[in-house]
Design a protein around this ligand. Structure first.
Ligand SMILES: Nc1ncnc2c1ncn2[C@@H]1O[C@H](COP(=O)(O)OP(=O)(O)OP(=O)(O)O)[C@@H](O)[C@H]1O
Ligand SMILES: [Mg+2]
Length: 157
């Protein structure tokens, strides 16, 4: 994907674009955007791609009945947090979170989820590139991406 110049993008913009572009699976999908004045410096197309990839994964995980929650908020990452997480620079960040109450991931799947071409989906249903693309885009933009998941408890990323 060609990169557009980085520019201030409202953190909520890709969320709204994703919601408009994707039929969200599940019986309920909620979007929480408490601070519309929150901006990130990024390529808007790429940031939207991250959201789309995460929402598609959530939709696949919840199948017909489940919940997907998209949240945007401010977060301050302090020295204590930075010292416990690889390569995190303390500072003010936008937190964008996509949670679902779908299948969740086993520890084994979780450990490989960011690897290019790692997929648990059938051939033709997944390339295994979604999360690795997300990782690259988020790191390029100076951000961090984390996954939390337990089998049967859903996933947040
Ligand atoms: N929200 C989620 N719930 C449960 N498992 C997930 C979730 N998101 C990702 N995974 C697991 O991580 C794997 C890798 O995800 P990734 O998005 O990289 O590839 P994919 O979804 O399989 O294929 P693609 O994104 O290319 O269509 C998935 O196959 C799935 O096993
Ligand atoms: Mg995917």
């Amino acid at each position: 994907m060609r990169r557009a110049p980085e520019q201030p993008v409202p953190a909520s913009a890709p969320v709204q674009a994703t919601a408009a572009a994707q039929p969200l699976g599940g019986e309920a999908a909620s979007i929480v955007v408490p601070d519309a004045s929150l901006f990130v410096t990024a390529d808007p197309t790429q940031i939207t791609q991250v959201l789309i990839n995460l929402v598609v994964n959530a939709r696949d995980a919840v199948s017909e009945r489940g919940r997907i929650l998209i949240e945007v908020d401010r977060v301050d990452l302090d020295e204590a947090y930075a010292s416990k997480h690889f390569d995190v620079v303390p500072g003010h960040y936008a937190l964008v979170s996509v949670s679902d109450d779908g299948s969740g991931m086993s520890a084994d799947v979780l450990a490989q989820a960011f690897e290019p071409f790692f997929t648990t989906k059938s051939p033709g249903e997944g390339t295994g590139l979604g999360l690795s693309v997300c990782y690259g885009i988020v790191r390029q933009a100076g951000g961090h991406i984390l996954l939390y998941s337990e089998p049967g408890q859903g996933t947040a990323d």
